[in-house]
Design a protein around this ligand. Sequence first.
Ligand code: 1GP
Length: 239
Amino acid sequence: MSLYEKLFLNGEKKRVLVLLDPDKIGEEKLDRLIRNSNESSIVAGFLVGSSILISSDLDEFVRKVKEMTKKPVVLFPGSHSQLTPYADAVLFLSLLSGRNPQYLIDEQVRMAPLVKKMRLEPIPTAYILIDSTTATSVEFVTDTRPLPRDKKDLVIAHALAAEYMGFRLIYLEAGSGALLPVPSDIIKGVKENTSVPLVVGGGLNTPEKIQHAFSSGADFTVIGNKLEENPDFIRGLDE
Ligand code: 1GP
């Protein structure tokens, strides 16, 4: 069974993916966050990545995380340079909301032979950026415009196109540290119109916002900033 099937098609209840940005999280907080996540039934696994990775050794970081947990560790790369054979799989992302060919196909072409060589399992993921009212790093780094947050039909059209093109995961992203998360009517509309697992992230920094994303239709939520700030936050989310 592939990691994709185990992680995303297991029919279990709504779960959280913990985002680790190697540049941003210190050693002490990382240890605490992984220990808490190991004990938490709501945590399905870890994503590792960053819009731009500056100072960290990704190989070493992922090796360390793998030593500390049995939960899956999946790369969430900001570019083809953010790969390591020590992870279990990689979100093979295409930034479908944008019209910048670099993030629609160029990065993927550079990444594909490396993914094969490293024997990483690629998970074809449609990455759809939704406007969160302030500019986010991903928007700036990729030089793309997010989809307007009041244009639900446009987002649904992108998500449907993603499913018809064979993507196996849809990731609705408000951006790291987003002021406003993805609106619930957008999550609901995408969930009702598509049948691939739905991941929602960006700006989910309270239990209420996370619960709201789940009740609107997210199968998985991604939490980054809040857990970097407070690794004990995850404990409060377990039922
Ligand atoms: C960013 O969706 C993730 O790619 C997580 O966002 O850091 O705001 O939780 P936050």
